[in-house]
Design a protein around this ligand. Structure first.
Ligand code: ATP
Length: 324
């Protein structure tokens, strides 16, 4: 089994009285595509910025390849690439001038710059745009150029902070194809996303909420924890039903999916049984139900709604514990 490349022990960050990150402990093995998930403001960017040595941890320790993320930050910097949410390209420089600028900043030997630039241009589908000014590229191509700039020094670890936000499905796919290719070649990827279909593509994911790590595991293990808590019901009218169901004790989430109501419940069996005895909604018509397999959207909803039990500092591929 590959060794841990990233190790965090009680890593914490405060901004004044605000605990942006609260004692996060986890390790990430080399070669993983690690997806870091959480609602807005959960602490994802703060974690990445600490890992990249851009902001000092308030407490705790983090290492990358055995080097301390703060004390050794200048040594580590050459090993990773970082694409922040708002990447600052130089809009008046062309695509290839931007690449050369970043190659210089990362101290790529001048004898190697040409070859590497050609390679990333080809990988990012930017060959035809080499001479265009970065400021005139579409949002998708700007993002591809940002990733190209972060790869110019051939890092073995790549941090991507919401790399596909706002992109069309074709460019999203292009970025994920690239992530797979990099991963195949041995690059470790640390990626944040709000898209749950992307979370499914990660080899491992971590859920952060309010600065705390709630769970970490493979998508399969995390989904397993929700099994038996999910039910899809056909009820008319569906929209009214959704709001009514949300008020019911024992139901922790009700969402519309393709016209059906997807319920997260403590014990759906008990609910179904009670509805056979007494259907509590005279204004709603029950048409049927089916059991459904959890997906990452369900897992995300469950964690972000707080139906979990934080499991100390080392969250397991958690079994969800529903709050009553
Ligand atoms: P998003 O998905 O919206 O990008 P996030 O999970 O990346 O959110 P962070 O940007 O890490 O969240 O923010 C975590 C918390 O820390 C938030 O409450 C945020 O307001 C706060 N925070 C982040 N940076 C600063 C700062 N420089 N000064 C004060 N508070 C900050």
């Amino acid at each position: 089994m590959p060794e841990s490349l990233i190790v965090l022990k009680n890593l914490s960050k405060r901004f004044g009285r605000k605990k942006a990150l609260n004692r996060i402990s986890m390790s990430i093995r080399a070669g993983e595509i690690f997806g870091f998930l959480g609602a807005n403001g959960a602490g994802k960017t703060t974690t990445i910025r600490m890992l990249c040595g851009l902001t000092k941890p308030t407490a705790g320790i983090g290492t990358i390849g055995g080097l301390n993320i703060w004390k050794d930050r200048f040594r580590i910097r050459s090993r990773f690439g970082y694409v922040p949410q708002k990447f600052s390209l130089y809009p008046d420089l062309t695509v290839s001038e931007n690449l050369r600028f970043f190659a210089g900043a990362y101290r790529v030997p001048s004898s190697k710059i040409k070859d590497r630039a050609r390679r990333v241009l080809s990988d990012m589908d930017l060959e035809q745009r080499e001479l265009e000014r970065a400021g005139r590229l579409s949002g998708g191509y700007k993002q591809l150029l940002a990733i190209a700039c972060a790869l110019i020094h051939e890092p073995t670890l790549l941090f991507l902070d919401e790399p596909t936000a706002g992109l069309d499905p074709t460019h999203r796919q292009a970025i994920w194809d690239l992530i797979y290719e990099l991963s195949q070649a041995g690059t470790t990827i640390f990626v944040t996303t709000h898209y749950m279909d992307e979370a499914e593509r990660c080899t491992e994911v971590g859920f952060v909420d309010g600065g705390r790590l709630l769970a970490k595991g493979t998508p399969r293990d995390l989904k397993e924890g929700l099994k038996g808590h999910l039910l899809e019901v056909q009820v008319e009218p569906a929209m009214t039903a959704m709001f009514e169901f949300r008020k019911l004790p024992g139901i922790y989430g009700a969402d519309l999916r393709s016209g059906n109501l997807r319920l997260q419940a403590e014990d759906p069996d008990v609910l179904l049984h009670s509805w056979q005895v007494h259907w509590p909604f005279p204004n709603l018509r029950f048409l049927g139900f089916n059991w459904v397999e959890p997906d990452m959207e369900d897992v995300f909803q469950a964690y972000s709604r707080g139906y979990y039990k934080p499991n100390g500092d080392h969250p397991a591929p958690a079994k969800l514990v529903y709050k009553i």
